[in-house]
Ligand binder design. Structure first.
Ligand code: GDP
Length: 444
C-alpha cells in the first residue's frame, strides 16, 4: 500500500500528542524530531524535510496552538495542512484548450509507465470529461511500444494514430494533429519516445514536437518506486523542456512515498494523477488534501464517496458524510454503504480509505469475500428497526433470532456488531481529530 511506512510512523507520533491539553515547546521539538526521521526514512528530499519541519515547528509553537482549547489536535491539524501544501495544496485540474484539440504530451523515461498511462489517461478523459481523444504512437524507439499502445486503444475502443517506426516522431505528431482536426478529436495525447537515460537527442526530439504546436499540457510520467531518482528526473525534464504536471505511477507499490512528497516542492510542478495499478481504470486524480489525510490515518471518505458516485447520488453521499461526522451512522447506513461499495470494484482498496483503516492489523492480507458480505447484509436485514438504530439493546435471544432469520450463527452476528462498533469508534476518533470534541473542551 502507498505510504504505509510513513503513515505508520506519523500516526504513532500523532498518538502521543493527540490528547494533550498543553503542548510545550519541548513537546513540539520531540514530535518534530520523529516527524523528521519519518520523512527521511520515507526518502523525502532532505531540503524539503528541513523546510517542512521548520514551518510546522514555527506554527506549532505559535499562538494558534497556544490559544487553542485542543492544542494536541491543533498541532496535528498543522501537520495535515502543511503536508497538503507540500503536495501542492489544491488539486490541479487539466488545462483544456478553448480551441480544440487540446494537446497533451506524455514524456518520461522507459519503464516509468508512460504508454500504460497514456491509455489510462485517454480512458479518464473519455469517461470523466466526455472527450473524444486520439492517441498518438510516437515512441518509435522502445520495441513494441507502438503495438502496446494499439492494443490498449483496441481494448478501450479509442483510436490510435500510428505510422510505424520509420517515420520521425515529429512527423508522426504533425500528421496526427491534422488527422485529429479532420476527425474532430478534441484531445490529442502524444506518447513520445522514452529513453533509458536523459540525453540530448531525446530532449531535442521533445523540443521539436513541442515546437509544432505548443502543447496545453506536458505530463511527465515517473515511477514513484524510484523515490528521489524520480524527483531528479522531474527536475531535469522540467529544466530542459518544461513540464506542466507530473503523473506518478506505481504508487500502489510505493510504501515510502518520498517522490510524492518531494516532487512538487522541488519542481514547483503539480502531481496531476497517480497510477494505482496496471489496469486501465487504475489512474486517480491526485488530491493533496485527501492524500495528506490518508497518510495521517484519517481516511479518505471523499474519494470513497466519489467512487460511489456512479451509483449513489450526491445528496446521499453528503448525507452519508454528515452521518460519519456526527457519528449517527446506523446499521442501515452500513448496509447501504456495503451495497454501494460492492459496485465500486476492489473492496480491499476501498476499505483502506476508511478513517483509521491502517490501524486495523492485517488489512493488507484481507481479501473481501463477496459471500461473506451477502451474509452481513442478511444479518442486518433480519434485525428490527430498533435493533438497527440501537444495537446496544441486543441480547442473547435477539441475537439467536437474527442468526436464525439470516441463516447465519450467533458468532457471526456478534462479529458484525463488534465490527460496527469498532467502525463507530474510528469515526469518533476521526471527528475528534478534525473538529475537537465538546467534552475535551469542558475539561480544560
Ligand atoms: P513505458 O516504457 O514508460 O511506456 O512503460 P510501460 O507503460 O510499458 O509500463 C511499464 C510497466 O509498468 C508495465 O508492466 C506496466 O503495466 C507497469 N505499470 C504502469 N503503471 C503502473 C501503475 O500505476 N502501477 C503498477 N503496479 N504498474 C504499473
Amino acid at each position: 500500500m502507498a505510504f504505509e511506512g510513513l503513515a505508520e510512523r506519523l500516526q504513532g507520533t500523532i498518538q502521543k500528542i493527540k490528547g494533550k491539553g498543553l503542548v510545550t515547546e519541548q513537546d513540539v521539538k520531540a514530535m518534530m524530531r520523529e516527524v523528521r526521521l519519518a520523512l527521511i526514512e520515507a526518502d523525502v528530499n532532505l531540503k524539503v524535510v528541513k523546510e517542512f519541519v521548520k514551518k510546522v515547528s514555527e506554527r506549532a509553537v505559535g499562538s494558534e496552538v497556544m490559544k487553542s482549547l485542543t492544542p494536541g489536535q491543533q498541532v496535528i491539524k498543522i501537520v495535515q495542512d502543511e503536508l497538503t501544501l507540500l503536495m501542492g495544496g489544491e488539486q490541479s485540474p487539466i488545462k483544456f484548450n478553448t480551441k480544440p484539440p487540446t494537446v497533451i504530451m506524455m514524456v518520461g523515461l522507459q519503464g516509468a509507465g508512460k504508454t500504460t498511462t497514456t491509455g489510462k489517461l485517454a480512458n479518464v478523459l473519455r469517461k470523466k470529461y466526455n472527450r473524444k481523444p486520439l492517441l498518438v504512437a510516437a515512441d518509435i524507439y522502445r520495441p513494441a511500444a507502438i503495438q502496446q499502445l494499439e492494443t490498449l486503444g483496441k481494448q478501450l475502443s479509442i483510436p490510435v494514430f500510428a505510422l510505424g517506426t520509420e517515420v520521425s516522431p515529429v512527423e508522426i505528431a504533425r500528421q496526427a494533429l491534422e488527422h485529429a482536426k479532420e476527425e474532430h478529436h478534441d484531445v490529442v495525447i502524444i506518447d513520445t519516445a522514452g529513453r533509458l537515460h536523459i540525453d540530448e537527442t531525446l530532449m531535442d526530439e521533445l523540443k521539436n514536437i513541442k515546437a509544432l504546436k505548443e502543447p496545453d499540457e506536458v505530463f511527465l510520467v515517473v515511477d514513484a518506486m524510484t523515490g528521489q531518482d524520480a524527483v531528479n528526473v522531474a527536475q531535469s525534464f522540467n529544466e530542459t523542456i518544461g513540464i506542466t504536471g507530473v503523473v506518478l505511477t506505481k504508487l500502489d507499490g510505493d510504501t515510502r512515498g518520498g517522490a510524492a512528497l518531494s516532487i512538487r516542492a522541488v519542481t514547483e510542478k503539480p502531481i496531476k494523477f497517480v497510477g494505482m495499478g496496471e489496469k486501465m481504470d487504475a489512474l486517480e486524480t491526485f488530491h493533496p488534501e485527501r492524500m495528506a489525510s490518508r497518510i495521517l490515518g484519517m481516511g479518505d471518505v471523499l474519494s470513497l464517496i466519489e467512487k460511489a458516485q456512479a451509483n449513489v447520488d450526491m445528496e446521499k453521499a453528503k448525507e452519508l458524510e454528515e452521518k460519519f461526522m456526527s457519528q449517527s451512522f446506523t446499521l442501515d447506513d452500513f448496509v447501504e454503504q456495503l451495497q454501494a461499495v460492492k459496485k465500486m470494484g476492489p473492496l480491499e482498496d476501498m476499505l483502506k480509505m476508511l478513517p483509521g483503516a491502517n490501524k486495523i492489523k492485517g488489512l493488507d492480507n484481507v481479501k473481501v469475500d463477496e459471500k461473506h458480505m451477502g451474509r452481513v447484509e442478511a444479518i442486518i436485514y433480519s434485525m428490527t428497526k430498533a435493533e438497527k438504530n440501537h444495537p446496544e439493546i441486543m441480547n442473547a435471544s435477539r441475537k439467536k433470532r437474527i442468526a436464525q432469520g439470516s441463516g447465519t450463527s450467533v458468532q457471526e452476528v456478534n462479529r458484525l456488531l463488534k465490527q460496527f462498533e469498532d467502525m463507530k469508534k474510528m469515526m469518533k476518533q476521526m471527528t475528534g481529530m478534525t473538529q475537537g470534541k465538546g467534552k475535551k473542551k469542558m475539561k480544560l
